[in-house]
Design a protein. Structure first.
Length: 420
């Protein structure tokens, strides 16, 4: 079985492609079951965020053809629509990729911490679906440990830079007096909560949280002195908002052109900044064509985000060194699995010899034989039987001039060279 990481991310694919291959949370378990029902995939986890969709698998195929074919079929896409954007990382490259992603080194925002929580959630959902086995369990547990080490031993997360932070930074560039403005945040997940925190710290005048579950919106709003509404109430409050930041898991747009046109009229054409950081997008792209509306997507935030990366570059280099070491550690464990069956057979063979000889010794003692002589014979027989097969093979290796086997035997049995 080979480890594989197959997917697309913000570096390889634009948002319109990423939103077509995202996995709805409620369909994730079914997708995992479908993927592992193929006879080439034994374990699988799916990570689906606004910036990436990745399948981490154990597969019989190191090229990943079965996984790619399934991915295209599941999303009803033709090969030419998705393959130019896909990457396939096998074995050691897969391990390195997963560790880098979890440590925030492959994120749109270098060192952002949200991705680790998303990976933990992907692991949890796969575990609940029954598609995590020995190999992926070990990989994910190792990944969580390494990501924690990177956070602890480097300054990778010291700067408050994230997609949410970049969104609020953009708002502050456009609206100088934040206390005079109102922000409408759509969603109540971690990204929206982080955006609310940054807005609150920046002195925003009012915060409105809209979410499908009003109770969840209320919990976020209460912390930052805002108030909660249902998604259905957005049209009634949209005209109040100078800033709109949206990040939901909806498969369909939350805000359409008609609702925004109505709000603009009520605002007497005062401009609205809209930042859509959801994938699939929450705001219809046509909204961006309207006057008095400034619409940005996650891809538009890249330039803003890059300004905050300089302080993290040195930390990232240190993190890469940690990951290099930890990839080697994991690959060592993975390679050790190849020896497990051999070790088991060797120990079973040795145990069989021991049991046979102990049984013979016990029989001799029960027949009244001298205990000292019985122990000596037991030791003699055990030594002969344990060394017979290796001695025969080493003798044959010497006869055939197979010096590499003799050297391996010296290493295996920890023997000193005869000239020492």
């Amino acid at each position: 079985m080979s480890l594989l990481a197959v997917g697309i991310n913000h570096k390889t694919a634009p948002v319109d492609i990423r939103e077509r291959v995202s996995f709805a949370p409620e369909r994730l378990a079914d997708a995992l079951h479908q993927l592992t029902s193929t006879n080439k995939v034994s374990e699988a986890a799916i990570l689906s965020t606004c910036n990436r969709t990745e399948l981490v698998c154990c597969s019989d195929e190191i090229e990943g053809n079965t996984v790619i074919d399934w991915f295209e079929h599941y999303h009803e896409l033709k090969a030419e629509e998705v393959r130019p954007y896909l990457y396939v990382h096998p074995e050691q490259m897969a391990v390195r990729h997963v560790l880098r992603v979890a440590s925030g080194l492959d994120s749109l925002v270098l060192g952002e911490p949200q991705i680790l929580g998303q990976i933990k959630d992907a692991y949890s959902k796969a575990e609940q679906a029954g598609t995590i086995g020995k190999m992926l369990n070990k990989l994910f547990q190792h990944t969580f440990s390494v990501a924690k080490q990177v956070r602890t031993d480097t300054a990778i997360g010291s700067s408050p830079v994230s997609v949410a932070f970049a969104a609020v930074s953009l708002a502050k560039q456009i609206f100088s007096n934040m206390e005079e403005h109102t922000a409408l945040l759509i969603g109540a997940g971690e990204t929206i909560e982080l955006a609310a925190r940054h807005l609150h710290t920046s002195g925003i005048g009012r915060i409105i949280i809209a979410n499908r579950t009003v109770e969840k919106a209320h919990a976020v709003a209460e912390e930052f002195g805002g108030y909660a509404i249902a998604l259905s109430e957005i049209p009634a409050h949209l005209a109040e908002a100078d800033i709109v930041i949206s990040s939901t898991a909806s498969q369909l747009p939350i805000l359409g052109k008609g609702a925004v046109e109505s709000a603009i009229k009520q605002r007497k054409h005062r401009p609205i900044l809209m930042i859509d950081i959801a994938v699939p997008r929450d705001i219809e792209p046509e909204v961006g064509e309207m006057e008095d509306v400034y619409l940005y997507t996650v891809d538009d935030l890249k330039e803003i985000i890059e300004e905050g990366l300089k302080s993290r570059q040195e930390a990232a280099e240190q993190a890469e060194e940690i990951i290099d070491t930890q990839v080697s550690h994991f690959m060592g464990w993975l390679q050790s699995l190849n020896s497990v069956d051999t070790i088991r057979q060797f120990r079973d063979h040795a145990t069989g010899i021991r049991d046979d000889e102990v049984a013979k010794a016990m029989q001799m003692l029960s027949n009244g034989a001298n205990a000292e002589k019985v122990l000596q014979k037991l030791a003699h027989n055990l030594t002969n039987k344990f060394t017979h097969a290796p001695s025969t093979q080493m003798r044959q290796a010497g006869f055939e001039g197979r010096d590499e086997l003799l050297e391996a035997a010296r290493l295996l049995f920890q023997l000193k060279n005869s000239d020492n």
